[in-house]
Write a protein of this length. Structure first.
Lengths: 505, 430, 252
């Protein structure tokens, strides 16, 4: 089987000890004072040159947040977060308004190189080649056609560089930082912001609404198929900087967009908080595909210093026949609290959730999805693959619900967990609620370990134990990997191998 | 007690005040004050309490009926005569208004039966299985129970046992049962509730299955009226090579929550839970299981079958926990729900919490209406559509009786389920 | 007995509609055995399903009458009571319903619909035993839920056993030979042949000529592209065996 050989080669080629992305970039920051207050929020809003309504919106959220308490239901355990000792705003100095790539700090570009951001995008960022030119690196992606990726890079909290803007503009696609969108497209932002994740939604989303610093904004006009994959790389760099990204993607009637998000973070001793909000809106016949590869710093062997990732991601299939598909590969962070969800409001709409969650060391993951069926003939599909190793805890938490009016709703859920070692935990908590007899729901879950027979078979063919585990795990997650765009699929497969290093033997 | 104390919670507090006056120094009484204090700290569980998310007792039981006094002998006798035992030759153990009705220290066919309270009470070991429980219904019973039985089975017993709860109409009843099955012994138990219109029962059973012992236990929760409430909690511990075959049959009217807390404590133990539920109209049937594997090479299986119609609600919560070191556990759970018409609510919440790696665990859950391929097959053979649907619905629920070994009993239970489906009348089947 | 005229039928295929039968004519008289042969996807199974009354097909044009009754207006169970029997290509598994229970429900429902008295239990048992023995269906199989855990061959034998029990006027055998080994094929064919009578007709749907060595038809029809493109005697089946369906595919 050549595909298997390919995987072996890839996994074998990885030469990374523990975590290769742990370093600090030396760029001076411009910070707001520690802690949160109306003044800090006003400072953030002023820094971004926001209109009055945006500040009012933030303050309203802040007022509400002060009345809320941190949720405790998730299967995660961490020391209390001191929200007063966090910096809520930090901008890389001198990059407040970059006009072109030349203005990008060379240090930043070197950072991307060390981060292992796919080389194709690095080339584009570094100006080695222009968009659309073939790359020597195409072989890595096999025979896949050369595809282009537009990058809206976020360095700490401010969008530093945006590529491909012109071509996107030609198609009528708006792709910019959310701060810019607030200034340049206030009518769109006002119309859609907070309509999927209201400011009152949950503790972390409300906090985000008050203090979000940056993120991406995408609007695809009616009937337009976005000409390229859109990609954003989030990083957390400044010590003790909360990262509060806000992303808003709107696919108007009949539009299509595929959005990629990937993350890495430098090594730190203090835990770092991340509370992003992503809102997707698909109108009639529109389709949004959102893919994530997340490999933030998970903490050291004792679990110290990793990222806390409390994310609210939700898509609204607002129009008839619309479709939203989430694909995620979660390998990083000390704590992951994340449930990319779909509200299936439009008749005949469809939601999908494909997930790989790998936990090792002391990582704790509580992740899953919600599929809320409201419209007629709505369908959803959930494929979740959890792999627990080391002393980690890996929880799938999912909700599938059909309301009485969701006639003929359909859901299929497959939820598999793999355990590597006897010190880790795999937890599956599905909620399946049906309020109409016409809905057909089917849920299946399994938990097992890598079979000794499979492992022995690989080893008898000369494959080392660790490689064999990576190989088998890659097979276990294949259904999800297939959902990823090609560049991400390759990166994700590598990550799986890296994430599981030291898990056997 | 929390700020928003309901009338029901005040009734329970007052009941504790009056009962605590007669508490003795016996160990069984010693645990009561602590249990009730722990219950009262949070009150009746509501939807924000995860385990009661779908059965909000605080909202459903705003007020409670008066606690029942001792039962009237003539009435009890009449009730029993009207409902003969389900198994021929069964020894009947009667708990009327929560109190054991029988000769003190009775021994029938090698089974020792005694009261839990009062003269000649046998309470050794009672409370062991619930000592660490934080389940509010369990705590309320431990604090407030008005009586009950302890049953010791010391040898393989051919004679079936039928535990009958009889309650006055519109009364609050909290009887308690403790059953000890000795090494190598076996018991065959049917537990049922008879009568009790608009009554609220909160029963507690502790079942200790020793090494190599086997227990078959069937609980029939057949709600007598729309305002009746049948809450039951079974705590069971299974030792090495022990075996449990448990079945819940949930039918009728009103609110029912059947809880089981199973601790698979011994290597090679085998526990099996089945539940057949018909929830029609205002019936709210909740089957909740928490099963902990704590030993090597143990197995468990669960099959829940629920049919809902005319707005009925069926909740299935099944949590399987495999503790660290419980290697070679094999645990499988399946919950299937069938809608008899377009209305009603089905919730499946199967959970796995696995802390050992060399295990095979899985669960599945489905809900929906009948498979039209099957309906067509039957119709193509001449079975009218109404009968075809009816036949398939019956088969669906009755399949949960597969492990009942006594065929005559199996037939009776199947008939009982068919009768429960009749409530839908022409409504569904047309 | 069965008269099909200009039958057009289509299925919903996602958002589009696909026409499968495009003007099919067929006339079957009492006592006749007709074979319908044709390439895959020609609409053979569709024809069987429409005769039995399966949902999911839209008859857009044409008529089917059975003993002068409009078949298309009858529910599946009414057709069964009127004497139509479909031996399924893929008999569905019905967990929980014992085969015996099912057979009794089916037989008595049909009898009731025809205004006949229900069989007593001993009469019923005797009738089942006779049918089962003929087809080599073991008593143990009858106690099991319908088709659950049956092998492919057992399922087909069970279908023919049901036919023997229910004594239909017209039996439609939908690819009954598929998945059968040579011994099972012989048993099934013998079962069918023993039911041949001047009053009973058969419509045998098959892809291969093999079955027709055992169940010799009076008429053979080639179904291609949704229509009967050629009809003949048993020799037509032999011809098809030698030359295949290629020419008809082109013609369609």
């Amino acid at each position: 089987m050549p595909a298997v050989q390919e995987t072996i080669d890839r996994v074998a080629a990885i030469d990374v000890d523990k975590y290769k992305y742990g370093f600090v970039t030396d760029i001076e920051s411009e910070k707001a004072p520690k802690g949160l207050s109306e003044e800090v929020i006003a400072f953030i809003s002023a820094k971004k040159g926001e209109p009055e309504w945006m500040l009012a919106w933030r303050l309203e959220a802040y007022k509400r947040w002060k009345t809320m308490t941190e949720p405790e239901w998730a299967m995660v355990d961490y020391p209390p977060i001191d929200y007063d000792s966090i910096y809520y705003y930090a901008a890389p100095k001198g990059t407040s308004a970059p006009k072109s790539l030349d203005e990008v700090d060379p240090e930043l570009l070197r950072t991307y190189e060390k981060l292992g951001i796919p080389l194709k995008e690095q080339e584009i960022l570094a100006g080695v080649r222009k968009q659309g030119e073939p790359s020597d690196l195409d072989e890595i992606a096999g025979d896949a056609p050369y595809s282009r990726v537009a990058v809206d890079a976020v360095f700490d909290s401010v969008s530093v560089v945006t590529t491909f803007k012109d071509e996107l503009a030609k198609a009528g696609v708006i792709f910019c930082s959310i701060s810019e969108a607030v200034r340049e497209h206030p009518e769109l932002v006002q119309k859609y912001l907070g309509t999927v994740v209201p400011t009152s939604d949950n503790f972390f989303a409300t906090l985000n609404s008050a203090v979000f610093t940056d993120g991406s904004f995408v609007y695809v006009p009616p009937g337009v198929r976005c000409p390229m994959e859109l990609s954003t790389y989030f990083r957390i760099n400044e010590q003790n900087t909360g990262q509060f990204e806000r992303t808003l993607i709107i696919a108007d009637k009949g539009a299509y967009v595929s959005y990629l998000e990937g993350c890495t973070a430098p090594q730190r001793d203090d835990n770092q908080l991340h509370a992003a909000v992503v809102e997707l809106i698909a109108l009639d016949d529109a389709e949004i595909k959102y893919s994530t590869v997340q490999n933030w710093y998970p903490g050291d062997a004792e679990g110290k210093g990793g990222i806390y990732n409390f994310v609210t991601k939700r898509g609204d299939c607002r129009g008839a026949r619309s479709k939203i598909s989430w694909t995620q590969v979660e390998t990083g962070s000390a704590i992951t609290w994340k449930y990319p969800s779909c509200i299936l409001r439009g008749d005949d709409s469809r939601g999908e959730f494909y997930s790989i969650a790998i936990s090792n060391g002391r990582q704790q993951i509580d992740s899953g999805t919600k599929m809320i069926h409201l419209g007629k003939n709505t369908s959803s599909r959930i494929i979740s693959k959890g792999i627990s190793a080391g002393r980690s805890s890996n929880t799938y938490r999912g909700l599938v619900r059909a309301n009485p009016k969701a006639k003929n709703a359909r859901n299929y859920t497959q939820c598999d967990s793999l355990l590597i070692g006897d010190k880790c935990a795999a937890i599956t908590i599905p909620y399946v609620e049906s309020r109409t007899g016409t809905a057909q729901f089917e849920h299946e879950a399994t938990t097992s370990k890598i079979s000794d027979d499979q492992l022995f078979y690989c080893r008898a063919r000369g494959i080392g134990e660790e490689e064999a585990v990576a190989l088998i795990v890659n097979g276990f997650v294949r259904d999800v990997i297939q959902q990823l765009p090609m560049e991400f699929a390759v990166e994700a497969q590598k990550l799986i191998g890296v994430s599981l290093e030291g898990s056997v033997g | 007690m929390s700020a928003a104390q309901t009338e029901a919670e005040r009734t329970l507090a007052a009941l504790f005040e009056s009962r605590s006056a007669s508490f003795t120094k016996a160990p069984i009484d010693a645990a009561r004050a602590d249990a009730f204090r722990r219950f009262a700290a949070n009150g009746l569980p509501h939807r924000r309490v995860e385990a009661y998310k779908y059965t909000d007792l605080k909202a459903r039981l705003r007020r409670l009926p008066e606690p029942a006094g001792p039962a009237d002998n003539a009435r009890v006798a009449a009730t029993l005569a009207a409902h003969p035992p389900l198994q021929e030759g069964a020894t009947r153990v009667l708990i009327a208004n929560g109190r054991y009705h029988g000769a003190i220290g009775e021994t029938i066919g090698g089974i020792r039966i005694a009261s839990l309270l009062g003269e000649g009470a046998e309470t050794e070991g009672v409370g062991t299985l619930v000592a660490a429980s934080d389940d509010p219904l369990t705590l309320a019973n431990v604090g407030l129970f008005e009586g009950g039985v302890s049953i010791h089975v010391d040898a393989p017993s051919a004679r079936p046992l039928e535990i009958v709860h009889v309650a006055n109409d519109e009364s609050l009843v909290m009887g308690r049962i403790a059953v000890f099955v000795a090494p190598g012994a076996s018991a065959n138990v049917v537990e049922r509730v008879i009568g009790g219109r608009d009554a609220v029962l909160n029963t507690l059973a502790e079942l200790t299955i020793a090494e190599g012992a086997r227990v078959d236990w069937i609980r029939i929760a057949d709600g007598a009226s729309e305002a009746s409430t049948d809450l039951s909690s079974l705590h069971v511990r299974v030792a090495e090579r022990g075996r449990l075959e448990h079945l819940t049959v949930s039918t009728g009217l009103g609110l029912a929550r059947a809880q089981a807390f199973a601790h698979v404590a011994g290597d090679e133990a085998d526990v099996n839970f089945r539940a057949a539920t018909v929830a029609i109209g205002k019936r709210h049937a909740d089957n909740t299981l928490v099963l902990r594997h704590d030993a090597l090479n143990s197995t468990s299986s669960e099959v829940f079958r629920s049919a809902v119609g005319d707005g009925g609600t069926a909740i299935v919560q099944g949590r399987i926990l495999v503790a660290p070191g419980a290697q070679k556990t094999d645990a499988r759970m399946m919950s299937n729900a069938l809608f008899l018409d377009e209305t009603g609510e089905v919730v499946n919440k199967p959970e796995l919490e696995i802390f050992a790696d060399d295990v095979q665990c899985g669960h599945g859950a489905t809900s929906g209406d009948l498979d039209e391929e099957m309906v067509f097959y039957l119709r193509a053979r001449g079975v009218p559509e109404v009968s075809a649907r009816r036949l398939l619905a019956e088969a669906f629920v009755v399949e949960a009786l597969e492990r009942v070994t006594d065929e005559a009993l199996q037939d009776k239970l199947a008939d009982h389920l068919r009768g429960a489906l009749d409530v839908m009348g022409g409504k569904t089947w047309s | 007995m069965l008269s099909i005229e200009n039958l057009h039928a289509s299925v919903e295929d996602g958002e589009s509609t696909r026409e499968i039968l495009k003007g099919l004519d067929l006339e079957i008289w009492p006592g006749e055995v007709h074979a319908i042969m044709g390439p895959n996807g020609a609409g053979k199974s569709t024809l069987g399903h429409i005769i039995a009354g399966k949902d999911g097909y839209d008859v857009t044009e044409g008529t089917i009458s059975f003993n002068d009754e409009n078949l298309l207006e009858m529910a599946p169970e009414e057709r069964a009571a009127a004497g139509i029997f479909l031996a399924f290509q893929y008999p569905v598994e019905v967990p929980g319903v014992a085969t015996m229970t099912f057979l009794k429900a089916a037989l008595n429902a049909q009898r009731e619909a025809r205004g006949e008295k229900a069989l007593s239990t001993p009469e019923f048992m005797k009738a089942v035993k006779t049918a089962a023995d003929k087809l080599g269906v073991k008593q143990e199989m009858l106690r099991r839920p319908i088709n659950v855990g049956f092998s492919g061959g057992e399922k087909k034998r069970n279908e023919i056993m049901q036919m023997a029990l229910l004594q239909p006027k017209l039996a439609v055998l939908d690819e009954t030979d598929s998945g059968l080994d040579i011994d099972a094929l012989r048993i099934v064919s013998e079962g069918v042949n023993s039911l041949r009578s001047p009053e009973r007709s058969f419509l045998v749907i098959t892809h291969y000529q093999r079955l027709l060595d055992y169940i010799v038809p009076d008429h053979v029809h080639v179904l291609a592209g949704g229509r009967i493109v050629r009809s003949g005697g048993p020799e037509l089946a032999k011809e098809l065996e030698e030359r295949g369906y290629a020419e008809f595919l082109e013609a369609a």
